[in-house]
Write a protein of this length. Structure first.
Length: 113
């Protein structure tokens, strides 16, 4: 089928993909406030896309420190330190010294893509 025909598959745009991730994570964040996203708690980090200029979308595994802290959040999202350089208001430093991300703020900034 040609692009644009009814029933034809079209690859979602980066903005649409980012919105899907942000929407899911935004819903989770609505329930818990923010999600750990500190690079120091991650391993096997792989960039899968760009969310906005200067901010990537990543997958990862939690390292032993994160697991010992009981972190069991989604393993797809942004890296707090990278986001902090672009939008510091979306990153929170916890009492434990690790960064969390308020994905509702990331979601808003992505709408401008």
């Amino acid at each position: 089928m040609q692009s644009g025909q009814a029933g034809a598959y079209q690859e979602p745009s980066k903005a649409a993909k980012a919105g899907q991730i942000g929407g899911f994570l935004g819903n989770v964040v609505g329930a818990v406030g923010s999600l750990f996203s500190d690079i120091r708690l991650k391993e096997n980090v792989m960039k899968v896309d760009d969310v906005q200029p200067g901010v990537g979308l990543y997958t990862w595994d939690w390292n032993d420190t994160a697991k010992a802290m009981g972190i069991d959040d989604p393993t797809e999202g942004v890296i707090a330190q990278e986001l902090k350089a672009v939008d510091p208001s979306a990153v929170i430093m916890g009492d434990d010294g690790y960064y969390s991300v308020d994905y509702s703020k990331v979601n808003r900034s992505r709408e401008a893509i």
